[in-house]
Design a binder for this molecule. Sequence first.
Ligand code: PHE
Length: 509
Amino acid sequence: MSRDRWSSRSIFVLAAIGSAVGLGNAWRFPGICYSNGGGAFLIPYFVAMLTAGIPLLILELSIGKKFQGGSPTAFASLNKRFEVLGWWALATSFIIICYYAVVMSWVLDYIIYSVTLPWKGIEGGAAAFFTGKSILGISDSPGILGGFSIPALLGLIVAWIAIWWCIRNGVKSVGKVVKYTVSLPIILLIILAVRGITLPGGIDGIAYYLTPNWAALGDIKVWAAAYGQVFFSLSILFGIMVAYASYLPKNTDIPSNAMVIAFSDAAISFVAGFAVFGTLGYMQMVSGTPIADMRHTGVMLAFATYPEAIVNLPGPGIIHILFALIFFLMLFTLGIDSAFSIVEGIVTGLVDKFKWNKRKTTAWFCVIGFAGGLIFVTKAGLYWLDIMDHWVNDFNLIAIGVFECIMVGWIFGAKKLRDYFNKGTATIIGKWWDIMIRYITPLVLLFTSVRYLIENIANPYGGYDQKYLLIGGWGIVLLTLILGIVFTLFKGAPEQIAEESETPQVEAE
Ligand code: PHE
């Protein structure tokens, strides 16, 4: 059987944008920006994008297309010793999909709650509704699992069914879904941004968003967060972009597409900031609490602060329902294509090596992913999600980034890869790319990760008890490494994957 193909170049670009643009833009970016110096964060963010994000995106798309395989196969083709890196990336994305699907499950719950807005007027507002017994019933410590949160558990089942449905036929079904899951959330986001800016006090919120706190630039945490966010947001280093590009035919222009993907992603994050900060500005006016004191980041921003703002919007109740629906529908459509891209990335890696049946592998993987997410739908789920999100994203990814640079920049040869992707492109990439991949990207990454490591050892993250950080942080890092090694050691199906340059339609089975 020949390898699956995207039905067109634009469908591939849409799917890649769909993967990149996700909850990370609407939920993670404004939250991270907010806790890392507001407007000043845009500087490390763009530096990270130019010095690491775009060069690595080009790198991943190129090797995926060149070697026509998911990340383990593609990395192994560069150099046999690097297969393990590909599996490590996939093991990391496995952890991420386990909790990403849980966030999707809350979004599904909230789409239903939008109709009645049950947090309206209750004591403690939307935050109490979310963490209290109505939904998460959050326990006192990560050690107290305390059974499942039923709404989250039910949501998780539906989320996985939705993910499975979108990718059940591989890139063929992905191609059909992304037309809607990419355009709809962008339209909804623009509506929310316009509403945010035009709310009373909205402009003050925007001022907070865009006024740089220069002191933050001296803080290493801010830089580490910027790199982590760029990788998370562009979906690079997870093996996804390699997998998506492996379904491309020979004559696709990688550099130009990479630019389109990266800039669309950044633009959408930036717009999301307007929606979020405009609304926070309004809340500041309504509640009298200054934005700087609203200690709501990440998850809480989407599930507490924003829902609270919605029920406080000027206008009749129907407006509240409408905006709640717009907001959560946006989150769902934003997230679903990112979620299934992770699964597609992992399944591609497995199928390429073991030559398993792709449909069955996809279905089984969804069951395993669901099982892996169960820890996050317990009463201690939010704690574990927070700890793992912090470690895996900021640590594993930075490490994988360094190795990718060494592998291509020094062992395979940056110039060799650049000559390859510069063939037949409208955007010729200059020598700067070699310099980035060989020196700048790995050095910056190495520096940030070492400083970051020291920082984390000195100050336990989030004030959690060390033992939980050991399990959820280092334990998970170790687990992903072990999984990476185990999958490398398993013997794959015998057939060799040939390079695309030799055989354009490579046999996949
Ligand atoms: N890029 C996605 C987002 O911004 C998240 C994601 C991460 C998707 C990793 C795939 C892989 O939400």
